[in-house]
Design a binder for this molecule. Sequence first.
Ligand SMILES: Cc1cc2nc3c(=O)[nH]c(=O)nc-3n(C[C@H](O)[C@H](O)[C@H](O)COP(=O)(O)OP(=O)(O)OC[C@H]3O[C@@H](n4cnc5c(N)ncnc54)[C@H](O)[C@@H]3O)c2cc1C
Length: 428
Amino acid sequence: MRPRSEAAPPYPDTFYSRTLSDTRARPALVGRVAVDVAVVGGGFAGLFAALDLARGGMRVAVIESQAVGWGASGRNGGFVSDGFACGPAAIRRHVGRDHADALQALSAEGVAIMRHEIATLDIPGADPVAGILRLRRHDRADDLRAASTPDTPYLDQPAIRRHLETVRYRHGIAEPAAFHIHPLNTLRGLAAEVERLGGLIVEQSPVIGADLTAARKTLTTPQGRVEAPRVVFATGGYTGPLIPRLRRAILPIATYVMVSETAPDLLAQAIRTRMAVGDDRRAGDYYRLVQGGARLLWGGRITTRAARPAGIARELRAEMLGVYPQLAALRTDLVWSGLMAYARHRMPQIGLLQPDVWHVTGFGGHGLNTTAIGGRVVAEAILGTSDRIALFAPFGLDWAGGGAGLAAAQATYWALQVQDWWRERQAA
Ligand SMILES: Cc1cc2nc3c(=O)[nH]c(=O)nc-3n(C[C@H](O)[C@H](O)[C@H](O)COP(=O)(O)OP(=O)(O)OC[C@H]3O[C@@H](n4cnc5c(N)ncnc54)[C@H](O)[C@@H]3O)c2cc1C
C-alpha cells in the first residue's frame, strides 16, 4: 500500500486509492463539446452505460464531478454476487413470480458482465478472487438446506471451521460462482476502455446546470458545457439538487469499511480462505483478505448521518473481535465511508425521466452486479436493441421520504441490530 500521493486523482484515502494500478488524473471539461449521449456520473452505473453505448457506435461523454470511481463504486466491499438490495421475497410480492424471475436473471447477467469485462479487458489490479461464504450465527438452517444446490452447497459448522477459526458461525452456504474484486482498479479499467473506443471522460467537472427542454440538451460545468440529444443521470448516493425529482427519490445512506495493517501470519490464525465472508444477519458485516492474504478488509454498519469514522472503526473492531478474539493485536490502518443510494422500494431506479433523459441509480448496497446490468439495459434502450429496461418500470422514482425517510431507515437498522442480538442470545 503506497503512501497517499498529491499527484494522484482526488480520491478519499482508502485501501483502494492507495493501491491504484494507474494514477492518471483526467482533465476537467473546458469549452463546448457535442456528443450523442452525455452521461453524468463516473461510477460503475455511468461507465457500464457509456461502455455499451460506445460499443454501439455512439459518441459518448462521461462527466464526473471528482474522479472516476470517487463515489461508492471506488470505495465498496468488492463483493460481486447475484440479486438486488431488495430481497427476492419482496420483489416477488411486488411484481409476481415470473417478473421476479426475469429480474433475478438480469442480476445474474450483471455478475457475468463484471466477470467478462475483467477477463477480456485483462484489467490491471482488478484482482478477482472466486467465492463468497454466506454464514449464519443463529441455529435455524432449514431454509439454507432447502436453498442449497450442488453449485451452492450447505455448510455445517465443521465445514465452516475448515476455512475460518471461529465458533461464531453455525451454518452457511458457499457461493463459488460469486467473487470479489478491487473495485477502483476495475472501474478505472472500464474507463480506459471507454476512452479507447473514442469516448470522452472528464473529471473535476460537476454538472451545475442542466437545460433539458430543447432537443439538443445542455449540461453546464464550471468551465464548459456538453450538448447532446440524450442524457443519462448516474449520480448514485451523491445525487445533488440539480434534478429535484431524482434527488427526492433516493435516500443517501452511509456505510463503512476498514482495512487492517499488514499481518499475514496473524490473519492466518483466523482466516484460512481467500473466499469473502458475508454474515447473513439482518444488520450483518462482511470481510475478506486482500493483498494476497496480507490484510483484512472489514465492512459494515450504516448511518443516515455522517458519523465519525473513528467511532465506527471501534464498533467494527469490536464486531471483528467478537468473531476472532485471536486478532486482538491486529491494528487498523484506514477506515472510510461512502454513500449508497436507496430508493424506498430498495430496487434500482432505471428508466426515463422524460423523453431522451434516463436515470440509472438506486443500487443500494448491492451495486456491483446491478450497475453492470443497469448500464446495459439503459444502453440497449438508447441504441434501440431491446426494451429490457421495462422490467424495472414497476420500481419508479417514488418520493423516498426526505428527513423522515432517513430517520425511518436508521430506526429500522437499529431494530434489525436488536433482532440479531436477540436471536443470537437465544441460540447461545
Ligand atoms: C462502503 C460501501 C461498501 C459497499 N459494498 C458493496 C459490495 O461489496 N458489493 C456490492 O455489490 N455493492 C456494494 N456497495 C454498493 C455499491 O458500491 C454501489 O451500489 C454502486 O457502486 C453504485 O454505483 P453508482 O455508479 O450508481 O454510484 P457512485 O459510484 O456513487 O457514482 C456516482 C458518481 O456520480 C458523481 N456525481 C454526482 N453528482 C454529479 C454531478 N452533478 N456532476 C458530475 N458528477 C456527479 C459522483 O462524484 C460519483 O462519482 C457498497 C457501497 C459502499 C458505500
